[in-house]
Structures are given as structure tokens and as C-alpha cells.
Design a protein around this ligand. Structure first.
Ligand code: ZN
Length: 499
């Protein structure tokens, strides 16, 4: 076959896989937003069926043939990138024996069910046997993926290509001690940030009006995406022209929806901005989970929780807010949004304490995978670390070791991507300050300029580049925790008035 014909056949083959993926995403989106309760059982089977079909293509001889063929052809950089990505996909699809893959998938269902019961009853013992089995299977999986080398690194690659435990072990301790210092200063401050101002009744429909306008303002294309409601907010990018996000509404806490929408909106901007050349290919994905998260955090926290943002959006907010909010000034709102309070629950944590929750999980995961901690001792170690980092001890397992579904779902090695997201966002924001004076853009509600600047430099290349490579090209520096430390210190020393 001629090169041109091979190329067309390769792209068609990738398109076929992509159609399975889009189909799976749509089925999953529907399962989270629309499906009637009796539809679940059949849906799980259909999802299983199409997942297997996709897996067959990913692990096929054809996949191997095309990746080998186009890795050797250096005349087209895009095809070569595609070929390397196909090699990664093929390797992860074939390194794990199908018996192990099946046992793993089945154990996830069992572990998730056990976790749910254990969590509702706040009884770790109910979850322990399923967790133990999950850890054993994850170890076996990591040994296949990493050819017997560092287990944690092998798992980390699935979410954060190129990142290593060696790098994390250099970055995290520095960040951890800075965060613990900052938290101590906030705790000693005489300033009390009162959240009562903002937790008054606020009807959902009016919150939604604000959310939709904010999405427009940040550059979300409503003709290529939609906003729905679900219990746990998420983003599903079927295609750059079809990106589904959700949020939830709490009528006594508008922050859930507004910041939720800015967060998922940030994820959505990334998904809507993949280049035309990579669409319908496996490169039409974020470079990594950490970079994906960095964009959600950039829009939610760095932009959405800035003083400039609240002055610029005071009128929009008050147009839809009930009477009780009308006398609150933009500055009072801004301050009320920044209460720092160590809490037991990761998803409720503020900007300072969030990464402390992550680091304790990261340390524990490494111990579990390396057989340096047994599941029997897990709750005690969890509680000790929570006390050491956050100054509080969980009174029960529900608010401690049972709070996250991640380990039951097989998401070992995923937690660090949240804190990497914070570090990436801080470093990127600093570049945005230097290059395009982002603070005046926020103050003047010219938010699409930020989106336009990020698209060619970060979003459009999708998975063609590794996260650290993209970050270095964008910021001219390697990843450094100082940007996050400085951002938090400057912000909170003004609010809490410490030196
Ligand atoms: Zn996110």
C-alpha cells in the first residue's frame, strides 16, 4: 500500500475507536443525568459491551502495525505523535492479561458496593476485605504496567504521563511545610471571616441564570456544549463540539453552583479547544489529569475567587440575587469567600488545606502499594496524619478513611494530580500576569482574551505533548511549588492580616 493509503486507513481506524469512545461517553453522561432508575442494569451491560469492543481494537494487531509503521515515518509530526500515543494505548491494553483485567473490573464493582455500605454505616471493617483485594490486584496491575519497576510510578503514568514519585517527593514536602506554616498563621489571626453573609437563601433558578452568563463570559460555547444538573459535578467531552458539564444547586449556598460551574467550565474550555487536526483521534484529550485540573482551578480560584472578578461581576450577581444580598459590597463578598478552616472532608477544603488532604493520601497509597502499611492499620495512620497536617482527628471512619470512593474504583495514583493542578495553575497564572496583565482583563470582564491566549499555547495540542513539556514552553520554567506558596501567602496575609 502507498503511504497515502496507509495514512487514510490509519485515520479511519482511529476514527472508529473514537466513535466507540464518544458513544461510551454519551451513555455515561446519560447515566448520570437522565436515566430512569430501572434503566441502570441494562445500561451497565451496554457500557460493558462497547468497552470490550473498544478494548479489542486497542489491543489488536492492526493497532500494533500502524503504531510501528508511523513511528518510523518521520515526515509527518502529527502522524508520528498519533503513532506514539497508539503505542501507549496498545501497551497498556496488552500488558495486563485479560484474566487480570476482568478480575480487576469485577473487584471494582464489589469494592464500590462494599464502600458504599461501609461509608453509610461508618464502619471500616465492612470495606476492609474488599480494599485488601483491590490493593493486591492493583499491585499485580502495576507490576504488569511498569515491568516490575516502581509500582507507584507505573500507576501515576496513567493519569500524569512523565511524572515520577521522585519529582513528587521533591515538590510535596516543600509545599507541605509551607501550607502548615500558613495554616498556623491563619489560625493565630484575630480576623474572623464570616460566611453567614453568603449562606442566605438563594433560589436555584436565579443561581442558574448567573451560571449561564458566567459560562458565556469565560468563552464557553453554548452551541458546542450544555449545562445540566447532577449530584456530583463533572465534565464529559464527547468531542470538541459537544462538551457536557453539570453542577448542583444548594439554595443555602450559592458557591456550590457558581464555583462548580467555573470549575467545570474551565475543564470544558480545554475540551472545546482541541485543534481540528487532532479531533476524532486519541490525541483529543488533555495532556494529563493534572493539567486538566489546573484549568478548572485557574477559572474557579485564580480568576473566579479574585477581587477583580467580584468587582466586575457585582452587578450581574445582584441582578439575580435575592433582596438579602443587595446591601453586601463586592469586597465583603470577596472576603466571605475566603474563610480558611481545617475540615475533615477533602471536597469541602479551602485553597490552603486542600493539598494537605492530598499529600496524606499520596503518602498512604505509596505505603499500601509497597506493603509497608497493612489495611488493619490504615484508619489509625489516616487519623494520625490528619491530626499532624490539619490539627484535627476524624471522630469516625465516615469522615476519615471512608470519605473518598477513589480506592474502591481503582484510582490509585490519581490523588497527586489534584495538587499538581494547583501548582500548574499558580505557575501559569504568574505567566498570565506577566504576559497579558490578566488582572486588568478580569477587572474589565475581558475573559475571552485569556481563553484566546491559552488556546494555541496549551489547549489545542491535546495529548501531543507531555504536561511538563507544555508547562515549560508556556512559563519558561520547570515546575516549582513557590508560585503556589506565594499566591496563597499574598492572598491570605491580606485577608487575615498577618506578616
Ligand atoms: Zn476538576
Amino acid at each position: 500500500m502507498t503511504y497515502e493509503k496507509e495514512k487514510q486507513a490509519f485515520l479511519n481506524f482511529l476514527q472508529e475507536q473514537n466513535y466507540y469512545k464518544q458513544n461510551l461517553q454519551l451513555l455515561q453522561w446519560d447515566s448520570h443525568t437522565q436515566i430512569p432508575i430501572q434503566g441502570y442494569e441494562q445500561r451497565a451491560e451496554v457500557i460493558g459491551y462497547f468497552s470490550e469492543k473498544l478494548h479489542q481494537l486497542q489491543s489488536s494487531e492492526q493497532m500494533k502495525y500502524y503504531s510501528d509503521y508511523f513511528i518510523d515515518q518521520s515526515k509527518d509530526a502529527l502522524l508520528q505523535n498519533l503513532a506514539y500515543e497508539c503505542q501507549n494505548i496498545y501497551d497498556s491494553a496488552t500488558k495486563i492479561p485479560s484474566s487480570l483485567a476482568k478480575a480487576y473490573a469485577m473487584q471494582i464493582s464489589k469494592a464500590e458496593a462494599a464502600w458504599e455500605v461501609a461509608r453509610n454505616e461508618s464502619n471500616y471493617a465492612q470495606f476492609k476485605p474488599a480494599l485488601q483485594k483491590m490493593i493486591q490486584l492493583t499491585q499485580a496491575k502495576a507490576d504488569c504496567l511498569g515491568d516490575g519497576k516502581n509500582r507507584y510510578d507505573a500507576l501515576l503514568q496513567q493519569w500524569e504521563p512523565g511524572m515520577t514519585t521522585q519529582t513528587l517527593d521533591q515538590l510535596f514536602p516543600k509545599l507541605r511545610s509551607a501550607l502548615i506554616d500558613l495554616l498556623a498563621k491563619v489560625n493565630h489571626s484575630q480576623i474572623i471571616v464570616d460566611e453567614q453573609l453568603i449562606t442566605q437563601h438563594f433560589p436555584s433558578a436565579q443561581q442558574k441564570a448567573i451560571c449561564l452568563q458566567l459560562l458565556t463570559n469565560i468563552g464557553f460555547d453554548h452551541t458546542a456544549g450544555r449545562l445540566d444538573t447532577s449530584e456530583h459535578p463533572f465534565t464529559f467531552g464527547l468531542h470538541a463540539r459537544d462538551v457536557r458539564i453539570t453542577t448542583r444547586y444548594d439554595e443555602t449556598d450559592f458557591r456550590q453552583s457558581i464555583f462548580g460551574v467555573l470549575h467545570e467550565g474551565g475543564h470544558a474550555l480545554y475540551e472545546q479547544s482541541f485543534g481540528k487536526d487532532i479531533q476524532n483521534t486519541p490525541l483529543a484529550e488533555a495532556s494529563s489529569m493534572g493539567l486538566h485540573e489546573s484549568q478548572a482551578l485557574l477559572w474557579e480560584n485564580w480568576i473566579g475567587r479574585s477581587e477583580e472578578f467580584w468587582s466586575a461581576n457585582e452587578a450581574l450577581f445582584k441582578k439575580h440575587a435575592p433582596a438579602s444580598f443587595q446591601t453586601i459590597t463586592a469586597n465583603e463578598l470577596y472576603t466571605a469567600l475566603h474563610r480558611v478552616q481545617p475540615s475533615l472532608i477533602r471536597v469541602d477544603a479551602d485553597e490552603i488545606t486542600y493539598s494537605l488532604h492530598i499529600m496524606l493520601r499520596y503518602e498512604i497509597e505509596k505505603l499500601l502499594l509497597n506493603d509497608e502499611l497493612s489495611v488493619d492499620d490504615l484508619p489509625a495512620v489516616w487519623n494520625e496524619k490528619t491530626q499532624a497536617y490539619l490539627g484535627i482527628t476524624p471522630p469516625n471512619d465516615r469522615d476519615g478513611v471512608l470519605q473518598d470512593i477513589h480506592w474502591a474504583s481503582g484510582y490509585f495514583g490519581y490523588f497527586p494530580t489534584y495538587t499538581l493542578g494547583f501548582m500548574y495553575a499558580a505557575q501559569i497564572f504568574q505567566t498570565l500576569e506577566r504576559e497579558i496583565d490578566i488582572r486588568s482583563l478580569i477587572a474589565n470582564n475581558q475573559l475571552t482574551t485569556i481563553h484566546d491566549w491559552l488556546t494555541p499555547r496549551l489547549y489545542q495540542s491535546g495529548k501531543s505533548k507531555l504536561p511538563l513539556q507544555l508547562l515549560e514552553e508556556l512559563t519558561n520554567e520547570t515546575l516549582r511549588p513557590e508560585y503556589l506558596i506565594n499566591y496563597l501567602t499574598e492572598k491570605y496575609q491580606t485577608i487575615y492580616q498577618f506578616k
